[in-house]
Design a protein around this ligand. Structure first.
Ligand SMILES: Cc1cc2nc3c(=O)[nH]c(=O)nc-3n(C[C@H](O)[C@H](O)[C@H](O)COP(=O)(O)OP(=O)(O)OC[C@H]3O[C@@H](n4cnc5c(N)ncnc54)[C@H](O)[C@@H]3O)c2cc1C
Length: 390
């Protein structure tokens, strides 16, 4: 039986659900409920992410979303509650994409698009790379692109908690409960059913459940092509000193960036060895056998490193094209999706939260047109493929 109802019910209160709640309540006029099954937020992707933001994408809409993300992150005071400003701590130290000869043309195409979109990205030939980053091995590199402004990293926990706290201060209701299923009647979701069997009526539902989104969609009869894929992060220290070190992505896909007195690093597994996965085990010897040799080959100073800790998290991978699936499903127009971020959801949360609030308020996107990320491409099998997936 349905006892109560809300205009908008958001399932999942990590960074995306909280961003949606923030923008919806900032717009006002609607009762918003945030439902979250894990009050510790200890296993959600948001809490395990690298929390970095870049403008170096190959799809224009991704660049636009992250450019808005940077603007938003530069003004944490907009999320102040009772005078307390969340310590989001944006550091604009940039991303450095490196390429061998094989990838030079694609990097040049990406760079041209990024510049046309207004992103401040510099093209660096190998000599310029060696001058600027004397600690980097450049013998096998054909070029690099470096974000001069707007790219860097934050504290993702501070962003997530700051968005949620602000949403609640603006009137959102936060409840810790698991949504067992969506109750669909014809072309509408009429209620969410909680694990205890109770139901809450809804005008709109936002699926912001991360890797839980596929099961939730299935309960409403919708096949969401999103799977959970494990990604591991390693925290290490080294006596090496790397002045002006950005987040470096080298041609093999290995990445590293500074974190406090040490560094974080990781590498996506090869496509043929990247199964759907829900465990949090870090494979034994992955650091020693695979990560460290590549680190030392790219930065000779990393011959000496000490592993401090490691963890695994899950990407919600969109199997079609590695981009978010955003907005209503045509068969169920009051069910809104924000899933399949494939590793770039923290930085896109502000733009996506704003877009969802616009959709609920106006039935269309009024600032950034994100229609390209809608269900149409999924249902028609027309990938909008992002080439820069880290
Ligand atoms: C190792 C790693 C590194 C990453 N690095 C970056 C990066 O540098 N930059 C970047 O932008 N992104 C990065 N990402 C991706 C980013 O973390 C995610 O895209 C983003 O956090 C997704 O946010 P979300 O709110 O959609 O999902 P999540 O953070 O996964 O949250 C989903 C929430 O929904 C809740 N939930 C699920 N099902 C239910 C249910 N049935 N009922 C109630 N609650 C439910 C869960 O408990 C969870 O709290 C990284 C991810 C990983 C794993």
């Amino acid at each position: 039986m349905t006892h109560e109802s809300f205009d908008v019910v958001i399932v999942g209160a990590a960074v995306v659900g909280s961003a949606a709640a923030h923008f919806l309540t900032a717009a006002g006029g609607r009762r918003v409920l945030l439902l979250e099954r894990d009050p510790s937020y200890s296993t959600c992707a948001t809490g395990r992410s690298l929390a970095s933001i870049r403008h170096q994408f190959s799809v224009a809409e991704n660049i636009r979303m992250s450019r808005f993300g940077t603007e938003f992150l530069r003004r944490p005071e907009a999320l102040a509650v009772d005078g307390e400003v969340p310590a989001i701590g944006l550091r604009e130290d940039g991303y450095l994409f490196l390429t061998s000869a094989a990838g030079r043309e694609q990097l040049a195409r990406n760079h041209a698009l990024q510049r046309a979109e207004g992103a401040d990205i510099a093209w660096l030939e190998p000599d310029a790379l060696a001058d600027r980053f004397p600690w980097l091995a450049t013998h096998d590199l054909a070029a690099g692109t470096l974000g001069l402004r707007g790219e860097g990293w934050i504290d993702a926990h501070a962003l997530m908690h700051g968005l949620r706290r602000k949403a609640v201060a603006q009137g959102a209701v936060l409840r810790h409960a698991e949504v067992a299923r969506l109750v669909r009647e014809g072309g509408r979701v009429v209620a969410v059913e909680l694990a205890d069997g109770s139901r809450i009526g809804c005008g709109w539902v936002v699926n912001a459940a991360g890797t839980g989104a596929t099961a939730l969609a299935r309960s409403a009869g919708i096949a969401l092509p999103v799977q959970s894929r494990k990604r591991c992060v390693f925290h290490f220290r080294s006596p090496a000193v790397l002045p002006r070190c950005p987040l470096v992505i080298e041609p093999s896909g290995l990445y590293f960036r500074p974190e406090g007195a040490g560094f974080l690093a990781g590498l996506a597994p090869p496509e043929h060895d990247d199964p759907e996965c829900f465990d949090f085990d870090v494979p034994a010897n992955l650091f020693e056998d695979t990560i460290w040799p590549r680190l030392a080959a790219r930065v000779p100073g990393f011959e000496a490193v000490r592993l401090v800790s490691s963890w695994a998290g899950h990407y919600d991978v969109n199997l079609l094209d590695h981009n978010v699936i955003l907005g209503p499903h045509p068969e169920v127009p009051n069910l809104l999706f924000a899933n399949g971020f494939s590793g770039h959801g923290v930085q896109q949360a502000p733009a996506v939260g704003r877009a969802l609030a616009e959709w609920v308020g106006h039935g269309r996107y009024t600032s950034l047109d994100l229609g390209a990320f809608g269900w149409a491409r999924v249902l028609e099998g027309r990938p909008l493929r992002e080439l820069n997936v880290v």
